[in-house]
Ligand binder design. Structure first.
Ligand code: FNR
Length: 198
């Protein structure tokens, strides 16, 4: 019987390599906005994930170090939180590339995203809040068997006006939205595990 009083461990990462990424700041804000029952660990960056190539898989027995590190972290987590930018009305190539690596069957860990609860969100300086990127990310995650939370959804539009660039903190209204979103994710994970939320 799983212990549903222990905090759920959520691995969080952003689909952007940019130093001042809104989505990376959103992930950082999530760590400070999580409900008590959710413990967030930020995966530093997906910058060390090379372009997917089946030859690299064969050469490095499963994958390069950056891939193996992320795969192990995903496997150990109760859920995964992804913040995606929107590029050309889709998800960024670096994020799709990361999902392609994670989708592969690891000899020891299996398909780490298959059956994994996942929540997606996104921030953009634009007006539509990454709706199209999230839609395509949801589609790709469904293809790898991830259990993507359907509701609530979190679209941060006009992020430049919600972020204080001196502190890199989002404003109160955004942090409240994040908190409610993460409460929803907590419930979603418990629901999938057949548990009542403590
Ligand atoms: C963008 N951007 C963008 N924004 C958006 O809302 N819809 C879009 O379709 C696009 N398309 C797009 C294409 C390319 C190639 C770039 C570089 C940018 C703007 C994008 O939201 C902005 O650069 C964000 O700051 C990227 O997210 P991070 O890196 O701040 O997390």
């Amino acid at each position: 019987m799983p212990d549903n009083s222990a905090p759920l461990r959520v691995l969080a990462f952003a689909g952007s390599l940019r130093r001042n990424s809104y989505n990376r700041h959103l992930i950082d804000a999530a760590t400070g906005s999580a409900p008590a029952g959710l413990s967030l660990t930020v995966h530093d960056s997906i910058a060390d994930i090379p372009l997917f190539n089946e030859d690299l898989e064969a050469d490095a027995a499963g994958g390069p170090d950056g891939v193996m590190r992320l795969r192990a972290a995903v496997a150990a987590a109760d859920g995964v939180l992804i913040a995606t930018p929107e590029y050309n009305q889709s998800l960024p190539g670096v994020l799709k590339n990361t999902l392609d690596w994670l989708s592969r069957n690891d000899a020891a860990l299996g398909e780490v995203l298959s059956g994994k609860p996942v929540a997606i969100m996104g921030a953009t300086p634009g007006r539509w809040g990454t709706r199209l990127a999230q839609s395509q990310l949801r589609h790709a995650l469904a293809a790898v068997g991830a259990l993507v939370m359907t509701s609530p959804q979190l679209y941060i539009a006009e992020a430049a006006s919600a972020l204080d660039t001196a502190t890199n903190d989002f404003d109160d209204a955004t942090r409240k939205r994040l908190h409610r979103f993460l409460e929803g994710f907590q419930s979603w994970i418990h629901q999938l595990r057949g548990e009542r939320r403590p």
